[in-house]
Design a protein around this ligand. Sequence first.
Ligand code: FAD
Ligand code: NAI
Length: 472
Amino acid sequence: MSKQFDVIVIGAGPGGYIAAIRAAQLGFNVACIDDWKNDKGGPAPGGTCTNVGCIPSKALLQSSEHFEHANLHFADHGITATGVKMDVAKMIARKDAVVKQNNDGILYLFKKNKVTFFHGRGSFVKAAEGGYEIKAGEETLVGKQIIVATGSNARALPGVPFDEENILSNDGALRVGAVPKKLGLIGSGVIGLEMGSVWRRLGAEVTVLEGLPTFLGAVDEQIAKEAKKAFDKQGLKIELGVKVGEIKNGKKGVSVAYTNAKGEAQTLEVDKLIVSIGRVPNTIGLNAEAVGLQLDERGAIVVDGDCKTSLPGVWAVGDVVRGPMLAHKAEEEGVAVAERIAGQHGHVNFNTIPWVIYTSPEIAWVGRTEQQLKADGVKYKAGTFPFLANGRARALGDTTGMVKFLADAATDEILGVHIVGPMASELISEAVVAMEFKASAEDIARICHAHPSLSEATKEAALAVDKRTLNF
Ligand code: FAD
Ligand code: NAI
């Protein structure tokens, strides 16, 4: 006898587990199926984000930042810290403990919200009376509504499989047991910069090979330039416009043949190589063909603006569909789909999804860049304010970067906010709220911000749009 559910969610990453909880809050009888295993073979819900993505990478970024501060910055505060050492095994164990706390937290939330969790692979069997028959490990379930949230996997270079020993995806990059003397990365995107920063701070000589001639092409040019200056100063070697050729994986390490931007043949010899060239939507094992679920040429599940797939009663959210591959985007889609199933008007504003790169300095933005506004033919005003002129940043000893506002030339509506500097990840939320409420730069300029705080740089950048900064 198959178990009946109103809603079955396949995948318990941020898209899936949040969709399951929201659907349960709305009164549905919900199942969530996830196949991720912890090192003991038990369940580890949370998906890429919790297990090998957002959470563990931030744990390592934090540890490596403490190490760098102790070595480079404590002395400025009059603190003597000699013989500072990094116990990599302990750092990795702490990261694993943080991951486990999050896995356990999600299991607790499932219980609290009465979501039935199945540990195993979820796959379509066939359309059934009033829904779909779904295999969950060894069990058979029937669901009226199905939400697919099966996420994404790291993209490998053609013919260069990940062995997770020498050639690493994000998974292996988060489990390196000792600081490599030389570390190579292919791709200077988000993972390249975050993981490159971790291991550089711990003493690795890091080289990042990027195919495109521009650094962080999706980021506002002025902000990307400022960030690149900071990374160069830190010794993160980033080579742009390269063409990667043969990669040899030997006992002693990895050798990467490439041509540089001048067309010269080069070889990079490293102990470990992280390949971070983007991610591919994951529908492996879903048996999508059994029910005729439509995929696009990238393997992503085809959905409309409301996350409806080609099949009635089947929805898809997160990395497995179009749009940015971000945990908070997946979560918002999960909530919206659960609400749509309940007949409500779930809503995701794709124009106000923030991006954050958790390097030092952090890079964060929302809305359009200056180059996008130019391409779109929009008349705009720009205002910037450097952290160098912010009292709190000086007290912190972290004055790199700026806040930049872009506002409509006629209406003053905020069109984009771009930050490179300390705590950009937290500061960007004010800009997201402002844009969500269609605020003008003048609105932010007239709001009282606590002193001394980094957020005053946001207010001052808004004032700069009208050329009336007070502290610069
Ligand atoms: P996933 O998190 O990938 O979850 C999918 C789940 O479904 C997995 O548990 C998978 O095992 C399971 N699954 C797949 N197929 C089946 C099946 N057939 N049956 C059962 N279970 C199945 N985003 C941010 O917003 N901020 C960050 O700081 C950030 N850092 C990142 C760092 C790294 C190193 C990486 C790799 C990614 C990072 N991301 C970050 C991106 C973020 O992890 C993803 O956007 C997010 O996890 C997508 O959520 P999801 O629910 O769509 O899929
Ligand atoms: P990415 O798309 O951010 O960057 C990939 C980079 O690799 C690009 O700059 C691209 O030009 C380059 N590239 C592609 N093919 C190449 C080749 N053959 N040779 C050299 N360079 C090549 O992808 P990344 O870093 O793998 O991250 C995947 C996704 O995970 C991100 O796009 C993001 O959605 C998510 N993520 C988010 C984080 C955050 O929010 N802080 C952190 C880490 C990942």
